[in-house]
Design a binder for this molecule. Structure first.
Ligand SMILES: Cc1cc2nc3c(=O)[nH]c(=O)nc-3n(C[C@H](O)[C@H](O)[C@H](O)COP(=O)(O)OP(=O)(O)OC[C@H]3O[C@@H](n4cnc5c(N)ncnc54)[C@H](O)[C@@H]3O)c2cc1C
Length: 452
């Protein structure tokens, strides 16, 4: 396949779902991947995925060997690890922990069944161009070393965090580099536990604190006596690598005493709003390559799947209209960023609040319920949280002694509303992007929270 409609780089969850939708819609679709076919789906991950993403996309729920455990509820802990919020009925979190390999293999099978063609064990080096427009890729066969190119009407970069195309194009619309402070470096293990879970369907998330300074830690059940446990930190503040912080967590957290690791590994996650534009001339970005990840807990499988479905449809329209320029592909921006992308942007404000407020303030906020389970759920939905008069009075009463915390909450609520509105009004064409970027950047820049 030297000439195709669409070439997709990367057979991760975002790439497979995009390939499936493109092929279902009749596009000649080539999916290229560095791994061998049997290894597709293997990924260092927390393995948790919410049911809501399947409901939103129509992708079949995990079943059989794909499911490690059902997840129904989360306990969210402040830095001092007491007074946790018990979040139940959180439709955006409840779902499953999956066997990542089996789940990834299923997404691949669905793409192939729809008609996508898979080429494995090739390393894509970058894009090819006609003028400034991306018109294909060049790659190297990992066995023979032979170099080749493929021409495509649209190149889709689903190559994950490292993004093989984004850094190699010169577009005023797309960022090439991510700020270090927006990267969560993670380490995780899958553990066999000595003791069974008291609540085997409840995930635990730990915000900040000794084991995850400026980040998060998690314990996701994988079975009655098995768990996916990890730490993700941004910056780290010189307080250790994710691996060393994880080792301390494992040694000191009672549930993890004398547990045995059966898998381990590290990885990086982008924890900020998606790139300004998901498209440029001849090219589109999806999944981690476009920073489509929940900034609070680093979950990105669902966002990439949601975007993949939309991208397949936009690719079909653009090719039918013979316009695969930035303008021709722009609908991907308006369909994704005005909707799910809006949530991710709003959550970036919330993440900044959580990382700026002192551990003391956060512990206080949890202990006195100045912040409640409903706030976490609303923030995750992208609704911000209510600071209406009634709610403000209740919070003010509970927050006596910490006026700074209340002010911060109020400020975050207001900025989340503002960014939500800005994303609802994402420009309808590339001409409006510069002005819109300035508006969003100003909101982000003002999301600084001090404890005074
Ligand atoms: C430790 C950790 C825990 C996480 N926990 C969760 C969680 O619990 N829930 C959740 O939803 N998300 C979680 N995430 C995030 C989630 O794993 C990602 O958001 C998601 O897997 C991204 O999918 P993707 O398809 O965009 O990229 P990837 O899964 O990274 O797939 C990219 C694919 O591209 C291929 N590729 C890359 N470069 C090239 C190249 N040059 N040539 C050819 N092929 C190439 C790779 O081999 C890979 O198969 C976690 C991430 C980490 C690191």
């Amino acid at each position: 396949m030297r000439k195709v409609d669409v070439v997709i780089i990367g057979a991760g969850s975002a790439g497979c779902v995009t390939a499936r939708r493109c092929a279902e819609l009749g596009l000649r679709t080539l999916l290229v991947e560095r791994k061998d076919k049997e290894s597709i789906g293997q990924k260092v991950c927390g393995d948790e995925i919410s049911k809501s993403h399947f409901d939103a996309t129509g992708i079949e729920y995990p079943k059989g060997e794909e499911i490690s455990s059902v997840i129904a509820g989360a306990d969210v802990f402040p830095p001092n690890m007491v007074n946790e919020l018990k979040v139940r009925g959180w439709s955006d979190f409840d779902g499953w922990t999956v066997d990542r390999w089996a789940f990834g293999q299923r997404l691949l099978r669905e793409a192939l069944r729809a008609g996508a063609v898979l080429k494995t064990e090739v390393h894509v080096g970058g894009p090819t161009f006609k003028g400034a427009t991306v018109n294909g890729i060049h790659y190297k066969d990992l066995h023979t070393g032979e170099k080749s190119t493929v021409q495509a009407k649209i190149v889709i970069d689903a190559s994950g965090f490292a993004s093989v195309i984004r850094k190699k194009i010169d577009s005023p619309y797309v960022e090439t580099e991510i700020d270090k402070k927006d990267i969560a470096l993670c380490y995780r293990e899958i553990l066999n536990l000595k003791m069974p879970f008291a609540e085997p369907e409840v995930a635990r998330v730990f915000l900040g604190g000794e084991y995850a300074p400026n980040g998060y830690a998690w314990i996701f059940p994988k079975g009655p006596k098995s768990a996916n446990v990890g730490v993700g930190i941004t910056g780290g503040g010189g307080r250790g690598s994710p691996k060393s912080l994880y080792a301390k967590f494992k040694e000191e957290y009672p549930l993890l005493f004398r547990s045995k690791a059966i898998q381990s590994g590290g990885g990086a996650v982008p924890v900020r709003r998606p790139i300004w534009s998901l498209v440029a001339d001849g090219v589109a970005f999806v999944g981690d390559a476009a920073w489509m990840v929940n900034p609070i807990h680093g979950g990105g499988i669902g966002a990439g799947m949601r975007a993949g479905i939309i991208l397949g449809e936009v690719a079909k329209e653009a090719i039918a209209r013979r316009n695969t320029s930035t303008k021709g592909l722009w609908h991907f921006n308006t369909r994704f960023l005005c909707n799910f992308g809006r949530r991710l942007a709003s959550l970036e404000i919330f993440k900044r609040l959580l990382s700026d407020v002192s551990d003391d303030d956060m512990n206080f906020g949890f202990a006195k319920r100045v912040l409640e389970a409903g706030d976490l759920m609303a923030a995750n939905r992208g609704d911000g949280f209510s600071m209406g008069i009634g709610s403000k009075l209740v919070r003010a009463k509970r927050g006596i002694g910490k006026p700074g915390l209340l002010r911060n909450l109020q400020k975050a609520a207001s900025l989340m509303k503002k960014i939500d509105k800005a994303y609802r009004n994402y420009p309808s064409s590339p001409d409006g992007l510069e002005k819109w970027k300035k508006l969003v950047q100003a909101i982000i820049d003002s999301a600084v929270f001090t404890s005074q």
